[in-house]
Design a protein around this ligand. Structure first.
Ligand code: AP5
Ligand code: MG
Length: 216
């Protein structure tokens, strides 16, 4: 299965991608996670990406496209992939189509997780992520069973993302509207757009996504 998860910051792309990897046994490829790993490791790529990420702007296309090209050619992506947070503008979407045509593995769907903007702020200001296994929690909606300890791997490295403050979130939402939302029309024109309501329990949303994916 080869799909893109589309949706605003906080719509649940990462949360749902983590569930889908277990079900379909294909990797989640999140450009945000790859970039944060590069920033924490202090690589040259991370240093180039850091300022844009902290401001809630998009990192340049050449950095992201290079990263994706390399990642999609790793052996675990042969069976398929769930792209999370990529593509994020029309140039990236067209480049992805060209790359997948070269690999003879065209994309099957762009799945939009639809959430009203007023809900997103609370989801993002409350988010906690595990530094060791990347499991995502929420202080208000889905806290870990024991405060400060990851349910999945027992790590005590739960952190609040640097870009999850109100000012940066406001900018991320604007960038989503101007640069990323046009991809909804792009995939609609290719007859690849699927939509699910992203408000409700995480399980109900997973079930709705699976129902769409099982039709592919
Ligand atoms: P990225 O990491 O992709 O961030 P984002 O798009 O802003 O999306 P988020 O990760 O914030 O949201 P999500 O949809 O994954 O939500 P989640 O599941 O965590 O990108 C970060 C930055 O990197 C960008 O700003 C940019 O600078 C750069 N970047 C990345 N990709 C790029 C690209 N392709 N090109 C250029 N630059 C790029 O859920 C959020 C919270 O809500 C969690 O706490 C979760 O527990 C909770 N939640 C989830 N579902 C529910 C539910 N159903 N009910 C209640 N709470 C829920
Ligand atoms: Mg995410």
């Amino acid at each position: 299965m080869r799909i893109v998860l589309l949706g605003a910051p906080g719509s649940g792309k990462g949360t749902q991608a983590q569930r889908l990897t277990g079900i379909y046994n294909i990797p989640q490829i999140s450009t945000g996670d790859l970039l944060r790993a590069a920033v924490s490791a202090g690589t040259e790529l991370g240093l180039r990406a850091k300022a844009a990420m902290e401001a809630g702007e998009l990192v340049s296309d050449d950095i992201v496209l290079g990263m994706i090209r390399e990642r999609l050619q790793q052996p675990d992506a042969v069976k398929g992939f769930i792209l999370d947070g990529f593509p994020r503008n029309l140039v990236q979407a067209e480049s992805l189509d060209a790359l997948l045509a070269e690999l003879e593995q065209p994309l099957q769907a762009g799945l939009l997780i639809d959430v009203d903007h007023d809900i997103l702020m609370k989801r993002l200001t409350g988010r906690l992520s595990c530094k060791d296994c990347a499991t995502v929690y929420n202080r208000y909606f889905s806290p870990p069973r024991q405060e400060g300890v990851c349910d999945n791997c027992g790590s005590t490295n739960l952190y609040h993302r640097a870009d999850d403050n109100e000012e940066t979130i406001g900018n991320r939402l604007k960038v989503y509207e101007s640069s990323t939302a046009p991809l909804i029309g792009y995939y609609q024109n290719q007859n690849k757009l699927k939509r699910v309501n992203g408000i409700g329990s995480m399980e109900d949303i997973s079930n709705a996504i699976q129902a769409e994916l099982d039709k592919l």
